[in-house]
Design a protein around this ligand. Sequence first.
Ligand SMILES: NC(=O)C1=CN([C@@H]2O[C@H](COP(=O)(O)OP(=O)(O)OC[C@H]3O[C@@H](n4cnc5c(N)ncnc54)[C@H](OP(=O)(O)O)[C@@H]3O)[C@@H](O)[C@H]2O)C=CC1
Ligand SMILES: O=C(O)C1=N[C@H](C(=O)O)C[C@H](O)C1
Length: 261
Amino acid sequence: MEKIKIVIAGPRGRMGTEAVQLVESTEHFELVGVIDRIHDGELFAGKDNVKIFTDPEKCFIETNPDVLIDLTTPESGKIHTKLAIEHGVRPVVGTTGFSEEDLDELSQLAEEKGIGAIIAPNFALGAVLMMKFAKMAAKYFQDVEIIEMHHDQKLDAPSGTGVKTAEMISEIRKPKKQGHPNETETLSGARGADFQGIRIHSVRLPGLIAHQEVIFGGDGQTLKIRHDSYNRTSFMSGVKLSVETVMKLDILVYGLENIIE
Ligand SMILES: NC(=O)C1=CN([C@@H]2O[C@H](COP(=O)(O)OP(=O)(O)OC[C@H]3O[C@@H](n4cnc5c(N)ncnc54)[C@H](OP(=O)(O)O)[C@@H]3O)[C@@H](O)[C@H]2O)C=CC1
Ligand SMILES: O=C(O)C1=N[C@H](C(=O)O)C[C@H](O)C1
């Protein structure tokens, strides 16, 4: 089997470090370069054949990769993804915080160029199932709130998973204002973010990794669907699957629920 040539953007980060290990321990994957903000031109982690590039375009031209794995920030991730598609490199993006407009623009570009791309707010299989189950439950429960809980170094709120969950629920649930019609916030933000009437509450604490509870309320009952990632290895089987799958795509897919049947 021919190896899939991979570039990782954000290789020093919490997720990037795990992704480097995944690529290096997978026989049919090959790390051909990394994109970082520092140490341009140096060898990555002392490896003979893996160079660090601060210029993503130069990286794509010099290393000619099949796939870019992006685990950076929303601003950088968007630029990298766009450049990758323009250079015929298939992006697998875990970076969260992209707007709906960003996703539309990237999707259109991928379609124009006929390049496969995957943007997945959560690579953990259990989290994908949590979102799917929440979508199923929304057929029976109209009232729902999302509590997403993360480590305190996370930059974006609400989390990509929180937003994706609300989007998936909204495919089934009609927009509805929840709570008392006359409710007021005596402290701003008390009721959380509002996605078509679904409240998303973001908790940030040291000690946490990535956790989410979706709570449905009905007459005399609640249904809670919860997922916990206790380490970042939990995301790696989804990254591996995405790299393998993106090689067969010619459009952008947003969310692993569209890949895992
Ligand atoms: N889809 C999923 O399953 C998951 C997604 N995530 C998402 O992945 C992203 C990364 O998370 P995490 O690893 O925790 O974050 P970290 O802050 O640990 O890592 C991000 C890395 O990206 C680097 N970086 C920033 N800008 C650039 C750039 N222009 N070029 C190259 N590298 C850059 C940072 O460098 P520096 O330190 O110098 O700033 C840092 O090393 C976040 O958006 C997060 O929400 C996280 C977990 C799971
Ligand atoms: O920043 C994180 O850590 C995570 N980010 C993703 C998100 O925003 O949903 C996925 C996971 O929750 C971990």
